[in-house]
Design a protein around this ligand. Structure first.
Ligand code: ZN
Length: 130
C-alpha cells in the first residue's frame, strides 16, 4: 500500500488516501494516473506521481471524466507499444483495459482533473515496472 496526498481541485482540501493493489501501485510509480475521488465532494481526480509526467492534460485543467478515461487508455496503449519486453507490455495493456472499462461507467460527464500527489507518506519509492 502507498499513501498519497493531493489537493482536491474542487474544494481545495488535502486528501490523504491509500493506493491499494499491486497494479495500481505499479501504475502510479510508472507515471500513469490513478483515479481517486475526494472524500468530501466526490470530485474525481487523476492523481499522478510527478508534475506533468503523464501528458494527459495540464495539471488542474478539467475535462470530462469520459475524455480523461479514454486519454488514459490511449496513454497505456502507447506505453505498451513502446515497451520492449513482454511483462511491461502485458501490464500496460491490462491498464488500458481497466481505463476502457471505467469509460463505460457512470457519471462520466463529471469534470475530472489531473492532480499531482503533493506528499508521499511512504518509506521508499514504489518500484517502477517500466
Ligand atoms: Zn473535494
Amino acid at each position: 500500500m502507498v499513501m498519497v496526498s493531493f489537493k482536491c481541485p474542487t474544494c481545495h482540501i488535502d486528501i490523504i488516501s491509500p493506493i491499494q493493489g499491486a497494479d495500481e501501485i505499479y501504475a502510479f510509480a510508472s507515471n500513469l494516473p490513478v483515479l481517486m475521488r475526494c472524500w468530501v465532494c466526490e470530485a474525481p481526480a487523476l492523481v499522478v506521481h510527478r508534475a506533468n509526467s503523464c501528458g494527459l492534460a495540464p495539471e488542474g485543467r478539467s475535462r470530462k471524466l469520459l475524455d480523461m478515461c479514454l486519454r488514459a487508455a490511449a496513454l497505456c496503449r502507447r506505453r505498451a507499444v513502446e515497451s520492449q519486453n513482454r511483462d511491461p507490455q502485458d501490464f500496460f495493456l491490462r491498464m488500458e483495459r481497466d481505463w476502457l472499462a471505467r469509460a463505460r461507467g457512470h457519471d462520466l460527464s463529471q469534470e475530472a482533473v489531473v492532480a499531482r500527489s503533493v506528499r508521499l507518506g511512504i518509506t521508499s519509492e514504489p518500484r517502477q515496472i517500466a
